[in-house]
Design a protein around this ligand. Sequence first.
Ligand code: F6R
Length: 614
Amino acid sequence: MCGIVGFSSRTKPACAPLVNGLRRLEYRGYDSAGVALESKEGIKVFKKTGKVAELDRLLKESLSDAEQEGFTIGIAHTRWATHGLPTVENAHPHVADGGGLALVHNGIVENYAALRAQLEKKGCKFVSQTDTEVLAHLVAVFDKGDFLSAVSQALKKVEGTYGIATISKRHPGEMIVARKGSPLVIGVSDGATVVASDVSAIVAHTRQVIYLKDGDVARVTPEGVDIYTLDNVPVSRDVQAVEWDAESVEKGGYEHFMLKEIFEQPESLRNTIRGRLDTVNGTAILAGLGLPPRDLASIRRAVIIGCGTSLHAGMAGKYLFEALADLPTSPEQAAEFRYCNPIIGPSDWAIAVSQSGETADTLAAVRESIGKGALVSAICNVVGSTIAREAGRGVYLHAGPEISVASTKAFTSQVTVLAMMALKLGRTRRLSREEGLGLCNEISSLPDLVSEVLKENDAIAAIAAKYAKVDDMFFLGRGILYPAALEGALKMKEISYVHAEGYQAAELKHGPIALLGAKTPVVALLCDIPGKEKTVGNVQECRARKAPVIGIVTRGDEEAAAHCNDAIFLPRTSPFTAPVVSVVAMQLFAYHVARIRGCEIDQPRNLAKSVTVE
Ligand code: F6R
């Protein structure tokens, strides 16, 4: 996601460490970058869309070497768009107080619209579409001479998450930083204090760091740091030694980006869900859909279009839309969509699902659907991507950048968004408020359920070690777990190169069962939801052909586990949360098989993160 760097020294130039710090954060993914530098005359801000190299070029064009070396205090940011497109106006730092205050922010200000309206009444002028600009103005409004207390007062008004750094012409030599739900680290070195959202931007200066805790606000000066609570009570935080090398720091200590992204899922799901569940009316708030209840109620049919993992999410969406909203729904493989004369028109809802928002086949299907007059929405992760722009309305995942080629956290967020869409749609059609509230509860439990699955990592690795050397595998699921089985098989084949097939559990005996034997393990999705007993029957058919079965089973369901050679235990789920929860176990299973086989996990052969050719 976004990255923050701050540098404060009496004598050392700030420009190069700020830009180099941003470079260390590039791996996180971003779409614009900016710097604010403090001088006697005021604050100078430089921003650019695109790469940090572009920002560096802009700085070099705008300032001579001597001028650059004159700045010793500054803050910098890489932005990954959430509120508003990736433009220079929306890039950080954001300014207030007539350009005298600059602020960078990671996180989401949930109540920004209300705060913005209040600030506009007070005469504040906004130039961006971001939630962050609200913070800059709030701090300026509260600044009556004590910078730290102005920041604390502003932050008390904020609902949401933040990691921030801010500097002000009125308070030379002072930088205020704070965190809640978004990391911030301070490195204390000889002659400079360095701040960053991630230690990877600090280790070039020092390995002695302080990790701020949620609710901390700190005054950073060239000499060091003083930390307080938001109520101005001083607190002390330990200085810790960083032991990782720079590369492992980028991966947050994980061996691969894929594993990091699998483990990020409780957080990415929280970000996907945040502010979108109406727990009073039992529905979902998806303003970006731009479809009034009247339109939602009159839709005749939905088609959910995507490729690969996104198609699997769309297949789960079919079950959700039909079960919760009685809306006939067909998942469509995007590449085939326009070759079969799609019967789609004004009362149909085409929903394009794409992590990157750039997949050529999905984009072509969006254009085809628009051309035929359908209502078109997109579910994308990358803000401002082509599919998001051309669809014109939709829901962003807010899952953060996905770097590993194999998609993980995008899938779980896509299914969660589809569940929220089904909830909203269902409430306009047939779901009662009570049923809606029940679904709100289920959806909000997802981050914790996924955390439970992640605790099984070692157990899953041990099972993976037993099966890592096979050439073929099958994945079986029924109902809403069928798309999950397809996704489990896709993960396995793309990163471990084991030939893996996903099947609807009952379909196996219509042919593929001929391939089963002692060397073809079967992963069976046996979560305790309706249909499980029938899948247990299919497992017995596999065992009768000597195929070893790895069951994905609800904790405590010893009866189902007894039918399997090995069992991965999951927390109890409802039918609507089961695909998200079970897929996480299969992501870990595929990861460990690939690791044991020595595969290039983050960049599997022949695969690209974004497929922009048809
Ligand atoms: C699988 C994977 C691909 C993508 C597919 C669509 O791990 O990454 O199957 O899901 O190429 O990509 P997006 O979602 O960007 O449209």
